[in-house]
Write a protein that binds this ligand. Structure first.
Ligand code: ASP
Length: 342
């Protein structure tokens, strides 16, 4: 092939690629309405489940006084982490099948900086370790013994996270050792207790900056070393300061498979309001495996740059808590399936 023909062929290929690229870009470009629409003094915090209400109140001590969303979400989720009666987060969390309490957590700020720990033992405030990973290391994620070592080297105290109550329940569970992570809607444990929950919190401060935090002891009686969606950036939490933020709760495996929180944010980028974006992510789970989706719970919660929030779940029973200058409420998320509809 002559040089000239080679050149023409190359330019044709390049133009085609450029055209395809342009089209692709046009399809995924942010809706102009969602680009940097900083709403002044629209501070707001939302978090998963009804126990989020107390966590929101703690976050509000930062947001309500003009503080940074990042500080607010860390302070907020530390409340359930320190609560021994909350058996799905931090101290008192239900252990894995070997009796070990292992925590997963992540945090993300308005500059897309993020930090995460997974399968961390003996440290109550996993979220603060995740923040330190973000701020003090060139990494995003540290797991297991390495995460513990990092925490201890940075002054965190080694504690026993297994409370008497959680230990007693685990020993009861050992009698049958029924490991059914799939059939896992709200009342899976004996006595009607949920065997999973997480606090995911996203917030916007009065400067219009967004951050998020997510922390959990994960699925009760999971295999030792199992990591769910909660510490995985994009799955359990995602923050895009141009568009919005999202977090999730429920069976982490399902969330990871669709990279759920990132998907919700992308749906918002396409112009969907937060509730619709969450519903579309839930529908993605159903589309992937309709039969499995009926048996598990997943809930998404989202906040956009206008300060609008919304949630959606697979099953009824997912609640979320909201706090801003006007509202301090717990809402029930809509769901695709309900005991009545099924
Ligand atoms: N998403 C968490 C996990 O899979 C648990 C939960 O939110 O219920 O570890």
């Amino acid at each position: 092939m002559s040089d000239r023909r080679k050149f023409i062929k190359l330019s044709m290929l390049t133009s085609a690629a450029l055209l395809a690229g342009k089209k692709l870009f046009a399809n995924t470009a942010p809706d102009p309405e969602y680009k940097y629409p900083v709403v002044k003094d629209a501070a707001v915090v939302v978090s998963t489940w009804d126990f989020g209400k107390e966590a929101n109140a703690a976050a509000w001590t930062v947001l309500g006084t003009g503080g940074r969303a990042l500080d607010a979400v860390e302070k907020g989720v530390k409340v359930p982490e320190a609560d021994p009666n909350n058996q799905s987060v931090g101290l008192g969390g239900r252990p894995d099948r070997d009796g070990k309490v292992t925590l997963d957590a992540c945090i993300m700020d308005e500059n897309s900086k993020c930090g995460s720990v997974a399968a961390l033992e003996h440290i109550v405030h996993a979220i603060s370790v995740a923040r330190l990973v973000m701020e003090k290391t060139p990494h995003v994620m540290i797991v297991g013994d390495g995460a513990l070592q990092f925490a201890l080297e940075n002054g965190f105290k080694k504690e026993n996270l297994l409370t008497e109550k959680s230990e007693k329940e685990w020993k009861e569970w050992l009698k049958t050792s029924q490991y059914k992570p799939v059939k896992n809607i709200e009342n899976a444990l004996p006595g009607g207790k949920s065997n999973h929950d997480t606090i995911g919190m996203v917030a916007m401060d009065s400067n219009g900056n967004m951050s998020g935090a997510c922390t959990t002891s994960g699925m009760a009686y999971k295999l030792h070393g199992r990591v769910g969606d909660s510490p995985i950036i994009g799955a359990g939490l995602y923050v895009d300061n141009e568009v919005g933020a999202a977090t999730s709760t429920g069976v982490g495996e399902e969330v990871i498979r669709i990279v759920g929180s990132h998907l919700v944010v992308e749906f918002m980028r396409q112009g969907n309001d937060p509730e619709t974006a969450c519903r579309k992510a839930v529908e993605r789970i159903i589309a992937r495996n309709p039969a499995a989706a009926k048996e598990v719970q997943v809930g998404f919660l989202a906040l956009n740059k206008k300060g609008q929030y919304g949630a959606y779940a697979l099953q009824e029973g997912f609640s979320y808590s909201v706090k801003n200058g006007k509202v301090e409420e717990v809402y029930q998320a809509k769901s695709v399936f309900s005991s009545k509809k099924q």
